[in-house]
Design a protein around this ligand. Structure first.
Ligand SMILES: Cc1ncc(COP(=O)(O)O)c(C=O)c1O
Ligand SMILES: N[C@@H](CCOP(=O)(O)O)C(=O)O
Length: 473
């Protein structure tokens, strides 16, 4: 499978190349030249497969440059019950008899859905780097969960260093403790004076400097990396088959959204032939995406207008993967996508109202909703009382929007994107008690913290990376 850029570069190489390069040299995102689909008969052969075998069948058409036996071995090592604390890896549990289901994605090492793909990245990076005799210096941006998932996945990996940017003072106490308590020689935590979008912009700016990127082996773990979204598509298949529906029957999914990686993975699964009906983009008060799906106008929000909310991991004004979605909506029209992103870069809106592209958006099955702090508290409280299940604020955003869009007779799968223990302040505010946390995280907030504060300045960041790498000899 050949990969191309959403902005026009025609040949980015094959899977292992885009895995290591992260962002395309023209600033766009890597996409497969075409999206392979399953016929309904082929889909039936996926039913009942164990997670690693299902992952192999879903991902294999996109990964044809790694021997079959090696890929299977890596997937079995990744999706092990002892890593995800469940034999199903991503179990599906009903909320009473409401036809609402929680897709548990957060039982892995860092207690957030990011682990599902990030654990795979840890294994596959190591495999490809070993084969090529190379090193990778990952530059990432996190609003709280990508950071810990990436750092836990890359711990002790000799060929990988992680430089992780986070918005200074904006993560939950638990999230900060997870990352900053790590004192590992290959992990560098940078608290940036800015919001998540500033962190993401710096990551893109460093990647845009081809010379710096090549000299310092810069790679990516955010969902700008194709491997992340591909690995995330698998759990939509897993959930669908766990519902045990008649062949071809539809299921709806509700996805708490910020950077648009998770819901894009769902759209990928749907594009591959999985019978997904509605794909709900659930946002918090930072509702740029909800605005787009309601009006047809996409107008990114400048950093100073991104609100600090009680679902902080979704405090994002500029969603990376939205570019992949619009690229597919245009029928893979890279010049069109490039033009739009030039507009976005210069602060102009993308306005699809009345166009054939807007008809394509409406036909794609994506719709949206928005929730507020009060909605979040109410949903956490209600789900706890009604179903005896404690959910985190991000999952609550998804459940609320899922409930609002439920269709009679069609199951609604709500993605659990983090465990409540990560956001205990808000959960306590909602239900008056502190959620249980796994024993390994007891007292984590009291551990010594290791991080450096940097201003929002690309040159300072580059100098920091160079200095730290030089320090490692
Ligand atoms: C807990 C949680 N929920 C939801 C999201 C939003 O997911 P995405 O950025 O893939 O849209 C994030 C961050 O990505 C998150 O950490
Ligand atoms: N919410 C994320 C933001 C980054 O998202 P990604 O999926 O692009 O890595 C976080 O928690 O860091």
């Amino acid at each position: 499978m050949k990969y191309v850029s959403t902005r026009g570069t025609a040949d980015l190489g094959r899977f292992s190349d885009v895995l290591l390069s992260g962002l395309a040299p023209d600033g766009g995102l890597a996409m497969p030249e075409s999206i392979p689909t399953f016929t309904s008969t082929e889909l039936e052969t996926l039913r009942g497969l164990a997670y690693p075998d299902l992952a192999f069948r879903v991902m294999r058409p996109f990964i044809d440059d790694i021997p079959e036996a090696d890929l299977k071995r890596l997937l079995h090592a990744t999706y092990a019950p002892e890593v995800f604390h469940s034999k199903d890896i991503t179990p599906l549990t009903p909320l009473g008899d409401s036809e609402l289901f929680i897709l548990e994605l957060s039982n892995g090492p860092s207690l957030a859905f990011k682990d599902v793909a990030m654990q795979f990245l840890g294994h596959i990076f190591e495999y490809v780097l070993e084969a090529r005799g190379e090193q990778l210096n990952i530059l990432g941006a996190t609003s709280g969960d990508t950071g810990s998932a990436a750092e836990y996945a890359m711990l002790g990996k000799a060929r990988v260093n992680v430089f992780m940017l986070s918005p200074h003072g904006r993560m939950s106490a638990f999230q900060q403790a997870q990352m900053f308590s790590l004192a590992e020689p290959n992990i560098f935590n940078i608290a940036l004076e800015g919001v998540f979008d500033d962190c993401q912009d710096l990551v893109k700016a460093v990647n845009a400097d081809a010379d710096f990127k090549a000299r310092h082996d810069i790679g990516a773990v955010n969902s700008i990396n194709w491997a992340r979204v591909l690995a995330q598509a698998v759990y939509y298949f897993k959930a669908y088959f766990a519902l045990n529906l008649a062949p071809g029957a539809q299921a709806d999914f509700s996805v708490p959204s910020g950077n648009f990686g998770n819901v894009f993975a769902g759209y990928l699964a749907k594009s591959m032939g999985l019978p997904i009906g509605q794909l709900l983009v659930a946002t918090n008060e930072n509702d740029v995406l909800n605005e787009f799906f309601s009006t047809g106008v996409y107008h990114v929000r400048p950093a100073q207008r991104v609100a600090a909310t009680s679902s902080p991991s979704m405090d994002i004004g500029k969603a990376s993967n939205f570019e992949r979605y619009l690229y597919l909506i245009t029928g893979s029209d890279a010049p069109q996508t490039h033009g739009w992103w030039q507009d976005v870069g210069e602060g102009r809106p993308v306005d699809l109202r009345g166009s054939a592209h807007w008809d394509a958006v409406k036909a794609s099955g994506l719709t949206s909703g928005r929730s507020t702090h009060a909605d979040r508290l109410d949903t956490i409280r209600r789900v706890d009382r009604q179903y005896g299940r404690l959910i985190d604020p991000h999952t609550a955003d998804g459940v609320l929007i899922g409930e609002r869009h439920q269709r009679p007779g069609v199951p609604m799968v709500c993605l659990e994107t983090a465990l409540p223990a990560k956001f205990e302040e808000t959960v306590q505010e909602a239900v008056g008690r502190v959620p249980k946390r796994p024993e390994r995280f007891e007292g984590i907030e009291g551990l010594e913290k290791h991080f450096d504060v940097l201003p929002n300045d690309v040159d300072r960041l580059k100098a920091y990376v160079v200095e730290k790498l030089a320090g490692k000899g």
